[in-house]
Ligand binder design. Structure first.
Ligand SMILES: Nc1ncnc2c1ncn2[C@@H]1O[C@H](COP(=O)(O)OP(=O)(O)OP(=O)(O)O)[C@@H](O)[C@H]1O
Length: 563
């Protein structure tokens, strides 16, 4: 619990004033609750025993006033507590996402997306209760307990001792329950992540699931996970629910003892009926906040586990460390020097060297899995070389800030990213929309024809993942995005693979026209695209096996095909 509050203290400390208000509201609530029980004594003694008519008006009015105060306190506390909770959750969510986005691509490749969604939504939601509701509820109930204890002890210390002596008996069973609940809570939250991950997988692959009649398999899988989740919930209910009966039983024993001892004192004339009535009312009311405090401690286990799971993410540090030099244009030369790259045990690149100058286009060719994408990913510092270095204008790219580096490099990948936004916003992604430039980029990417035909032109909304576009249209939007960014280095990673021959020919011509003052790297298979390059690097098994001209490469490729 200490480490939980240590981690989330930076968020909590901004709300001292609100906590102060919540505590004042709790104190009002608790004070009025205790006063109401105290009023039982004059009601019984003054009205019913002494028949004091003046009290007949005053005491009911005081009752109404104390309950009004109690309600105002409860309402204000509810507001302040929820304000703190909602605002803290907002900040934690923003910080966790910002932190995640600073982590390496490797982190996103290894973690399931649903797991990340569960942590940022469900786990943070659980923390909310602990940083606001539980804390304030704990304060309120504790203050109520203190207030009622004062009434009980003031009324009759001896009777108070008999009625409270049973409480320590509850400690051991409650501790056992808490330990079990924490274990179940961890499993529940892991299972919740599994379920969210499964749903995210299903929604991202509906096309393939339907095409392969996979609906039943997916549903069965989901049902299994869901049933497991249900069983954990039931287990938590069965164990967590034991708190109530334990406290009720101990409470009943305490009340029995009080009736026996207190009743004897009333019969013996050592205590008035009013004192006894007030004492037992306070005692009855005392058990409710005690039960609630125990309930808060048990529910807190969920928050502790949620906090731990968020902490695991917040403790991760990116292995790609930012440089502090701003990369300045113009970029004259990009050089890859004896670079090796290992993904855990897999060696993807084994001593690759390559150099490309401004106004040059080079092509990278090789079989699937030869390491082409890995190489270009390192230029963007999505991965760092295991050894060797990549330099721009003679400086190792590790010295540049990642932002300035990526401001000068753009990539069109095989996986096209289309956001649920307008075509214009998709083309200008990350920058302000300049309509003329958007249209110009679309024209160069051979996309203008189909965009112009859309009812809303460049303001046509695109579905998530570009579901309302063809594969080739998606690719052309991505090419337009790269052209719009007008970076010094443009990397086309199989960017024209989904285009028909004629469109590819037109895009090829566009690439030829934008090459001035640029460094262009093409990963390509089609001879027509490869022929744009001044040099071709042949990659095989993570090694450059040949550096040749497009003509040399194509002639050799033809011989290989004819052999
Ligand atoms: N994130 C990763 N984690 C582990 N191994 C990876 C990762 N990315 C790629 N690899 C492995 O590295 C090797 C090179 O992959 P890479 O994607 O660079 O090849 P490629 O030439 O671009 O292939 P393709 O033409 O099919 O896209 C392959 O053996 C691949 O399995």
């Amino acid at each position: 619990m200490k480490s939980f509050y240590a981690r989330f203290y930076p968020y909590i400390k901004d709300y001292y004033f609100f906590f102060f208000c919540a505590i004042c509201a709790s104190a009002l609530n608790a004070g009025c609750t205790a006063s109401a029980t105290y009023l039982v004594k004059p009601v019984l003694d003054k009205i019913f025993t002494e028949k004091d008519a003046a009290m007949l008006l005053l005491l009911p009015a005081l009752f109404v006033a104390t309950y009004f105060g109690k309600s105002v306190g409860a309402y204000a506390q509810n507001f302040f507590v929820n304000y703190i909770g909602l605002d803290i959750v907002r900040k934690i969510r923003e910080d966790v996402l910002a932190h995640m986005l600073r982590l390496d691509l490797e982190f996103f490749n290894k973690m399931r997306k649903g797991e990340l969604i569960a942590r940022i939504t469900n786990d943070i939601g659980l923390v909310r209760a602990a940083v606001s509701n539980y804390f304030a509820d704990f304060m309120r109930e504790s203050l109520t307990i203190i207030g009622l204890l004062c009434v009980v002890i003031y009324q009759n210390p001896r009777l108070a001792f008999y009625s409270l002596v049973v409480l320590p008996l509850a400690v051991l069973p409650i501790l056992i329950i808490i330990r079990h609940l924490k274990r179940i809570s961890r499993k529940t939250q892991e299972k919740n992540s599994d379920i969210t991950a499964k749903i995210s997988e299903v929604f991202n692959n509906t096309e393939i699931i339907k095409a392969n009649n996979g609906e039943q398999i997916e549903l069965e899988h989901y049902k299994r996970e869901n049933h497991h989740f249900f069983k954990l919930g039931i287990k938590a209910t069965l164990i967590g629910g034991l708190n109530g009966p334990i406290m009720e039983t101990l409470g009943a024993i305490a009340i029995g003892v009080v009736i026996f001892v207190g009743g004897s004192e009333v019969i013996a004339g050592n205590m008035t009926t009013g004192e006894f009535g007030s004492f037992t009312t306070a005692l009855f009311m005392l058990y409710t906040p005690i039960k609630r405090v125990i309930g808060i401690i048990t529910s807190f286990q969920d928050a502790l586990v949620g906090g731990e799971r968020i902490g695991q993410i917040l403790d991760l540090r990116p292995s790609i460390i930012d440089g502090n030099t701003i990369l300045q244009a113009p970029l004259q030369e990009l050089s890859i020097n004896n670079v090796h790259l290992h993904y855990d045990e897999v060696a993807a690149l084994n001593g690759v060297s390559l150099a490309v100058k401004r106004n040059e286009i080079v092509a990278l060719v090789g079989r699937s899995g030869s390491g082409k994408s890995s190489l270009v990913n390192m230029i963007l510092r999505l991965y760092d070389p295991s050894s060797g270095e990549i330099t721009i204008n003679g400086t190792n790219i590790k010295h540049f800030t990642q932002k300035s580096l990526r401001d000068h490099i753009t990539i069109v990948t095989q996986r096209i990213f289309i956001f649920h936004d307008t075509i214009a916003a998709n083309v200008a992604y990350g920058q302000a929309i300049d309509e003329a430039r958007v249209i110009e980029s679309l024209k160069k990417a051979q996309a203008w024809e189909f965009v112009e035909a859309c009812e809303n032109g460049i303001y046509t909304m695109l579905d998530e993942f570009g579901a309302n576009l063809s594969g080739g249209q998606r690719q052309r939007i991505a090419i337009a995005r790269a052209i719009y960014r007008d970076c010094d280095v443009i990397i086309f990673d199989e960017a024209t693979s989904a285009l028909d021959i004629h469109t590819e020919e037109a895009v090829r011509e566009s690439i030829d026209t934008i090459k001035k003052d640029k460094i262009i790297i093409l990963i390509a298979h089609r001879p027509s695209t490869i022929s744009l390059a001044s040099r071709v690097y042949c990659l095989d098994n993570g090694i450059i096996t040949d550096i040749t001209t497009p003509q040399g490469f194509l002639a050799r490729d033809e011989i290989r095909h004819n052999a």
